[in-house]
Design a binder for this molecule. Structure first.
Ligand code: ADP
Ligand code: MG
Length: 470
């Protein structure tokens, strides 16, 4: 037994969980929709002897993940490390998963022990059939990039190189992918991110495989390189890239590059490479305007409805709300819609506006959802003209029971607090009481139109109060 323990602790220090690895499995096991909407947001914090500490940015996301996916998540993690027996979440509103994404990318590049990466270049030459020209929605901000991409796909080396730039989540990878998809029907296509290119380069040098590397990249008819801004430093590699670039142009191959900024703003990339980029066609994708955002929501929600073959129709109000509020990127926009759809599928109803705000809290630029238990209790007491002591008391008179149940119901629908947390805020009531109250009100709402409209009024008052506070 003792021996075993020692052995185990040795293993622990040897083998750390590779979070990137875990996320790859998440994506495979849960599918893209669940991964993009929920699991991608999980940030790895720390690994302890037999448990993992993870963080997410809102309670709602934590509750959603733990109630639906925790068992499978644990199983997946156990495959990497069987010692892990539980997972703990912390809520960290400041931690931005985007930052961590970037960090892990860089880490993977320098980590020499990435056993899960197979040696084949082809592994990264994956073109996603779901990102094509047909489902790329066009608006003012991306029209030029779209047209140039189409042109190149019909007639290679028309614009050569083609350089597309724009902010994160604006559709650059989608367009590159669409071009790859179209072009690969008659051409040899190589689609790779700049980071992967660097990784392969370093690896080929280490394994004395440069000849193969050169052959591989110089043999293609179309070279698509995504996120070129990550190709920086490393003189020898830039040298190789420059030569590959020239060799390809000489033989009439098409080069397509994406970046988050124009060529002249690239840092730590040789001037001659930048000037090569500028020599072709440079087009940008700008932030989507409201019209395009709405169009995307409209088209995507039809698409999702069809894919999931369900009849849930997201209300116009929600569509307008999402396209008005989520301005940062198309990725976030699509992510928000996916979340609403997965909520609707599970609860078999479309979320109300208030629920939407809770579900999307971490994506909305409206400040922290400040609906507190206290505000709910105060407003409900005021409305029903009872005192807070009466509400929290254990008395069961009818004139107290309904307001109490209403407040509990509102706490459940307007905050992301768990059932036990709500129970605690109501003088330590049991979570079964909370469930009972919520169910009772839900049932009554359907048959009692006065109660229903009272609740709507209360909801509005509480939410209004919240926005006044901010
Ligand atoms: P980028 O590479 O610019 O960061 P992506 O191409 O990865 O952005 O786009 C993010 C997400 O948004 C993807 O799911 C993509 O399919 C979707 N998307 C972006 N632009 C559009 C568009 N114009 N029409 C439809 N979907 C889009
Ligand atoms: Mg991209």
């Amino acid at each position: 037994m003792k021996n075993n323990l020692i052995q185990n602790s040795d293993q622990i220090s040897e083998k750390k969980i590779n979070w990137e690895d875990v996320q790859i499995v998440f994506k495979e096991k849960f599918g893209n929709e669940i991964f993009e909407s929920w699991l991608k947001k999980i940030v790895f914090v720390e690994e302890y002897k037999n448990y993992l500490l993870l963080s997410v940015s809102t309670r709602f996301i934590r509750d959603w993940i733990t109630s639906r996916y925790l068992d499978q998540i644990l199983q997946i993690i156990k495959i990497q490390k069987k010692e892990i027996i539980r997972i703990e979440f912390i809520i960290d509103t400041l931690k931005d998963s985007k930052l961590t994404e970037k960090k892990t990318d860089l880490k993977s590049f320098s980590n020499k022990n990435i056993s899960f990466l197979k040696d084949s270049y082809l592994q990264y030459n994956r073109i996603d059939p779901n990102k094509n020209f047909e489902n790329f929605v066009i608006g003012e901000s991306n029209k030029l990039a779209f047209e140039a991409s189409k042109k190149v796909s019909n007639d290679i080396s028309h614009y050569n190189p083609l350089y597309i730039y724009g902010g994160v989540g604006m559709g650059k990878t989608h367009l590159l992918n669409a071009m790859g998809l179209k072009l690969k029907t008659i051409n040899k296509v190589m689609f790779i991110s700049a980071e992967r290119f660097m990784y392969q380069f370093v690896k080929s040098i280490k394994s004395n495989d440069m000849v193969k590397f050169k052959e591989y990249f110089r043999n293609t008819d179309v070279l698509l390189i995504d996120d070129i801004q990550f190709m920086n430093g490393k003189e020898a590699m830039q040298e190789e890239f420059f030569h590959t670039f020239n060799a390809l142009l000489d033989k009439g191959s098409q080069i397509i590059v994406s970046a988050d900024r124009p060529p002249s703003k690239l840092v730590r990339i040789q001037e001659r490479i930048k000037s090569r980029f500028s020599g072709g066609l440079v087009v940008d994708i700008q932030n989507p305007d409201k019209e395009l955002r709405y169009k995307i929501i409209k088209i995507k929600s039809e698409e999702l409805k069809y894919l999931n073959s369900n009849s849930i129709e997201i209300s116009e109000e929600i569509k307008i709300f999402i396209s008005t509020e989520i301005k940062t990127s198309i990725r976030e926009l699509v992510g928000a819609l996916n979340r609403i759809v997965s909520f609707s599928r599970i609860y078999n109803k479309v979320p109300s506006l208030a629920e939407t705000k809770v579900i999307l809290k971490d994506l909305l630029s409206i400040p922290e959802n400040k609906v507190t238990m206290d505000v709910i209790q105060t407003e409900v007491c005021k409305f029903f003209k009872i005192s807070k002591n009466e509400m929290l008391s254990s008395r069961r008179s009818r004139y107290l029971v309904r307001p109490r149940q209403t407040a509990i119901y509102l706490a459940k629908s307007l905050t992301s607090k768990s059932l036990p947390e709500i129970g605690r805020a109501f003088a330590n009531r049991d979570h079964t009481t909370v469930i009972h109250s919520v169910k009772t009100i839900e049932r009554l709402k359907k048959i009692d139109s006065e109660l229903n409209s009272n609740i709507d009024n209360l909801k509005n008052q509480i939410l209004l109060k919240k926005s006044n506070e901010i």
